[in-house]
Write a new protein. Structure first.
Length: 458
């Protein structure tokens, strides 16, 4: 087989065909990767190989920021890969935001995934997962979601008409900006009593029982699409590898896929240097931080301490501890890609930090003032970079890429509340979450309908 699925557990390593719909190894229960036999599928000899594809933008697959890199993810024949124009994203050198983080002005870059059709990075992975679902003949696709995955699945369903979308959300655990997308795009939306982790458990059960194609990031094809975010970062940097990639951590799909991207590029000899990886949790949903930094859980060649992880989750259940953060996209306590993320952290010499609601919203305001409005979860990466500079982990002269995962309008309430002159609204949305100040607020000025007062306010 030139393309196959393989268990990531080195002690198992069983292989399965791409025509099989699996979310875990049937033999040992570990997660799966999509792998390639590069002896049968010749890889490019240089990353510059992709430059001429950008001159073919009238071709839908070359326009796509995912399928332009098909030579590095040939999971299906190109003609069977579906696209709605995903991946037209921007890497901005953030001169105005860098001083806030403590980095030199020319050292901070923001990878803005909010320019995707559904407004978040999820479209990268959905292009691949949705294509695979159609390939295996699925008629319905499902996901559990805090919002972005549901919007992405719904838009692919609506644009192609090839699979019906079914979405599971928790009670009150989705931002209206995201929910509005799923509803508008015609998705069948099921709200259950519980949070994302509850919805995730149920959607896996329902998908298995009903034969519905699951597109959450436990799906290995989802992560194949998401790794192209790193290909575009390298492309924008003229194929020079940055010192650090900083990414928000929720279900850990991005960090896992980024690690896989760099493992493969290094193995193929297409890069010599590997960037370090920083995964940033919200303090109210910091499972990875606690396990990795405080409990010492590590990849250990694939033999990570599953008992330690299970003990942590059992205690979480006993304490009825739920994730709680304004950064709804990463409000997840039981990340399904934990093992793959541990592998990525190991290969990329990574670190994990958590940041408070206050730190997230201050960073969000600074990102917005720099011209790229983002949802709260995105700003966790910038808040994390600031923390790591203060700790001396990031040098001020390091070239750092922070991933902005979603558009500002995904969660406008948080933005308006931060900048609001209405103290009641601020308290209702942010104060109850422990946010005390809005240091960088750009408050509207209220004046009478009087020319002199208006001119005075200006």
């Amino acid at each position: 087989m030139s393309v196959y699925q393989q268990c990531i557990n080195p002690a198992c390593g069983k292989q399965f065909g791409v025509d099989e719909v699996l979310h875990a190894c049937p033999a040992c229960g570990e997660l799966l990767d999509v792998e390639y036999d590069w002896n049968k599928t010749a890889p490019p000899k240089s990353l510059r190989h992709f430059e001429h594809y950008r001159q073919e933008r009238s071709h839908p697959h070359r326009l796509s920021g995912v399928w332009r890199f098909h030579d590095l993810l040939p999971l299906l024949p190109l003609e069977q890969c579906l696209t709605i124009g995903e991946g037209q994203t921007l890497l901005q050198q953030a001169h105005r935001v860098a001083p806030f983080t403590g980095l030199k002005e020319d050292c901070l870059y923001l990878q803005y995934e909010g320019l995707n059709p559904s407004g978040s990075f999820k479209d990268n992975g959905m292009a691949a997962a949705f294509s695979h679902g159609v390939f295996v003949g699925a008629k319905r696709a499902a996901c559990a979601s805090t919002g972005n995955t549901s919007a992405s699945l719904a838009i692919y369903s609506a644009c192609t008409g090839l699979m019906q979308s079914v979405i599971f959300i928790g009670s009150g655990k989705i931002a209206y900006g995201k929910l509005s997308q799923a509803l508008d795009y015609g998705a069948k939306t099921v709200q259950i009593q519980g949070d994302f982790d509850d919805a995730m458990a149920r959607v896996q059960q329902v998908s298995k029982e009903q034969g519905i194609y699951l597109v959450n990031s436990v799906n290995p094809f989802r992560l194949e699409g998401q790794k192209t975010i790193m290909f575009r970062v390298l492309e924008a940097l003229h194929w020079e590898v940055p010192d650090w990639i900083v990414v928000p951590g929720g279900n850990l799909g991005n960090s896992s896929s980024f690690g896989k991207a760099f493992i493969e590029l290094h193995r193929l000899g297409l890069i010599q240097k590997v960037p370090r990886l920083a995964v940033i949790n919200a303090a109210g949903a910091n499972t990875l931080y606690r396990l990795y930094e405080q409990e010492g859980l590590c990849w250990n060649g694939g033999n990570y301490d599953k008992t330690l992880a299970q003990k942590f989750f059992d205690q979480m259940t006993a304490e009825r501890r739920k994730a709680s953060t304004i950064a709804s996209a990463i409000e997840i306590n039981r990340p399904v890609n934990l093992s793959k993320c541990l592998r990525a952290l190991d290969f990329c010499n990574g670190v994990v930090r958590d940041v408070t609601e206050q730190e997230i919203l201050d960073a969000k305001a600074q990102v917005g003032a720099g011209g790229l409005g983002c949802e709260p979860a995105s700003a966790a990466s910038v808040a994390g970079a600031k923390k790591l500079v203060a700790e001396g982990v990031l040098e001020k002269s390091d070239r750092v890429v922070c991933i902005l995962t979603g558009h500002q309008l995904k969660d406008p309430n948080a933005t308006v509340a931060y900048h609001s002159a209405d103290n009641t609204f601020f308290e209702e949305v942010l104060g109850k979450r422990g946010v005390k100040t809005a240091e960088f607020a750009n408050r509207p000025v209220s004046v009478a309908n009087d020319l002199d007062q208006i001119v005075g306010a200006l």
